[in-house]
Design a protein around this ligand. Structure first.
Ligand code: BDP
Length: 635
């Protein structure tokens, strides 16, 4: 196996391998992952030796390190990396390259997955990659496999370097062509799986609940024997080709996808059907909890989409087979810039739970805006504003943000989101600012202190900046319908999607209290139920998520709701302009193409931020009639 380190710009360019280059390394053990370790070491400039090594990789580490953990011990003359299994050595290698400290390292959760929303065919509305902002799919182009396996190998390597160990290849919205990946197009999956396998990454597929019907059965009823046998047979064939296949990912009864409700069955019936087919082969089914009524009557204020996943799934706790993983989006709505943690997380103690994040920036600037998401993820993981995800999640998942773009992620700085996802999934307690510095170091080796600190300054606070010029106080969905880019305050207000802000002349926000609203606050454990229920205690950032408040209401930070909207929107747009100014100082420090790409995107960000500022401020000024205390121009 040969590794081409220079093929694609990304983090981990050749210079990063300095801790390895020139060293005499002894690797003991056999097997495909150990071969990868050896190949990586050679590519990184090490000499593999039998003895006289100053760096050693070997098995025989403490079994408590598990399948992926490792230990680094740096002695006076020799560094030793030990693991209990080959996968641990691969992680240990990447850890050494990023100069991880001595000691024992183990992942917080066993599966750390990325989900691709790649279509095989180009979808007329969604394109090749649904919500993809980084070019086309790495795997397919216009219905046929791309077979750019060198690129796939480079991607597998990047994912492994982030700590990722599972991937779902295709969109959760499974169209007819993707459905065939499971059957007569399985060879395409096998070809990709071979590349990922070398880096310890298991391949999963999104499947349609209606697959049996698409293949000629009259029903997909989970309790019908013909359906049970169909899934068992198809799954057996998959494992004949791919003995290490990870399993199925399913979006059922959600936004038009088929599911068990069609047959009067529950989501446990549906998930258990697939789990039963996968169990003999050691596979799992990721069953998404993103189930809500997308045809609701917007006039009916008692129906609350934010309750839906909780209300559908908590009654089923304990009813799922062991190899079902219920996959929950981190928030109760849909990957908005700010949401509380989903109340379902932590509410199903008898069920395996995966928490899904969105690395692709659907609602956070679509990889045209700099928006480093790790501070948001970290705060959700650690429970800064609600129950902590850490401890409640058995697995972590992120919707991928990569494509065939030369920089992988469209916006070169969006690579940091994928990297940070992998690192936080491995260790929930990492500081997002430190992870950012790690990524900067791995991507711009030899960077001057000015480059490092400027990049840090541009990126570290970028999510809060984005929040300031877009979504005030926990209000979401003020975006243009369909593609979700740019402001449209009422774009979703009178639609069936369940995504409202309820602004009127007196106030704004959704009353989700137990006292007078949808009762959603009551779905949280204490102390959070009371914290959110109380206007006085609710964190400002979530004030309008949980409450409908008058414009003159004074927030915890001492400003009124309306003044907060004005202030943050002026500040956010000014911060975006300042980010651009910082970046422009770096022209001499980064490669011209990268400099140009980021500069072009920042120019768009500055334009877009001003558009957001002007539209949001004008909208709320016209609704409320309250002038800006500082007399700034609002139209
Ligand atoms: C929404 C996206 C849509 C996805 C859906 C999902 O707009 O494209 O299919 O989530 O997660 O955010 O299934």
């Amino acid at each position: 196996m040969d590794i081409d380190m220079s093929a694609h710009p990304a983090w981990l360019p050749p210079e990063v391998w300095q801790p390895i280059a020139g060293r005499r390394v002894r690797v003991t053990g056999d097997g495909p992952l150990i071969d990868t370790v050896r190949a990586e070491l050679r590519a990184g400039g090490a000499t593999l030796v039998g003895d006289g090594a100053d760096l050693e990789f070997g098995l025989g580490g403490d079994p408590a390190l598990g399948g992926e953990g490792f230990e680094i011990v740096r002695g006076e003359t020799r560094t030793v990396v030990r693991a209990a299994a080959p996968h641990g050595l691969l992680h240990g290698l990447f850890a050494l390259v990023r100069s991880a400290p001595d000691g024992r390292h183990r992942p917080a959760v066993a599966r750390r997955m990325v989900d691709h929303w790649d279509n095989v065919d180009v979808h007329p509305v969604m394109g090749q990659v649904e919500r993809g902002y980084a070019g086309g799919s790495l795997f397919w182009r216009a219905g046929v496999p791309r077979r750019d396996l060198g690129r796939v190998a480079a991607y597998a390597r990047l994912l492994a370097a982030c700590g990722v160990n599972a991937i779902a290849l295709n969109n959760v919205n499974v169209h007819a062509t993707e459905a065939r990946l499971l059957t007569d197009r399985l060879a395409e999956v096998a070809e990709l799986a071979a590349e990922f396998r070398r880096y310890g990454i298991r391949v999963h597929l999104s499947v349609s609940f209606a697959a049996p019907v698409q293949h000629g059965l009259p029903t997909a009823d989970p309790l019908d024997d013909r359906v049970v046998h169909w899934w068992a047979r198809v799954t057996r064939t998959v494992y004949d080709t791919l003995p290490d296949f990870g399993g199925y990912l399913v979006k059922a009864d959600s936004e038009g996808q088929p599911g068990p409700f069609t047959y009067g069955r529950t989501h446990a019936d549906g998930a258990n059907l697939l789990a039963g087919a996968l169990a003999p082969h050691g596979g799992v089914v990721h069953w998404r909890a993103f189930v809500y009524n997308h045809r609701q009557d917007w006039r009916d204020r008692s129906t609350d989409r934010a309750r839906a996943a909780h209300d559908h799934f908590t009654p089923l706790d304990g009813a799922f087979r062991d190899n079902v993983v219920v996959q929950v989006k981190h928030g109760p709505m849909d990957f908005q810039t700010r949401e509380p943690v989903a109340p379902l997380i932590g509410a199903m103690p008898g069920t395996r739970l995966a928490v899904e994040l969105q690395a692709t920036q659907e609602y956070t600037g679509q990889q045209r805006h700099v928006c480093y998401l790790a501070p948001m993820w970290s705060s959700l993981l650690l429970g800064h504003e609600g129950p902590a995800i850490a401890g409640a999640a058995d697995e972590m998942v992120a919707v991928a943000n990569v494509g065939d773009d030369p920089f992988w992620t469209g916006h070169p700085l969006a690579q940091a989101n994928l990297y940070a996802y992998g690192r936080l999934a491995w260790d929930h307690t990492l500081d997002p600012g430190a992870v950012l510095d790690e990524w900067i170091g791995l991507t711009f080796p030899g960077a001057s202190p000015a480059l490092r600190s400027t990049l840090h300054a541009v990126m570290d606070g970028s999510w809060r900046t984005y929040e300031r010029y877009t979504a005030p106080l926990g209000v979401g969905f003020m975006v243009r319908p369909g593609h979700h880019y740019g402001p449209d305050v009422d774009g979703y207000e009178y639609t069936p999607w369940g995504t409202y802000h309820h602004a009127d002349r007196d106030g704004v926000g959704v009353d989700r209290t137990m006292a007078t609203g949808t009762g959603m606050t009551g779905l949280y454990p204490e102390p959070w139920a009371s914290t959110y229920e109380s206007v006085a205690d609710c964190p400002d950032e979530l004030a309008l998520f949980f409450h409908h408040l008058p414009y003159g209401h004074v927030l915890r930070d001492g400003t009124t709701v309306i003044q907060h909207i004005y202030d943050t929107h002026f500040a956010g747009a000014a911060e975006a302009a300042a980010m651009r100014g910082h970046w422009l100082t770096l022209e001499a420090e980064v490669p011209a193409e990268l400099f140009g790409r980021v500069a072009e995107r920042l120019a768009e960000q500055v334009r877009s931020a001003a558009e957001w500022r002007d539209q949001i401020n004008a909208y709320f000024f016209r609704k409320s009639g309250v002038p800006d205390r500082h007399g700034r121009p609002i139209y």
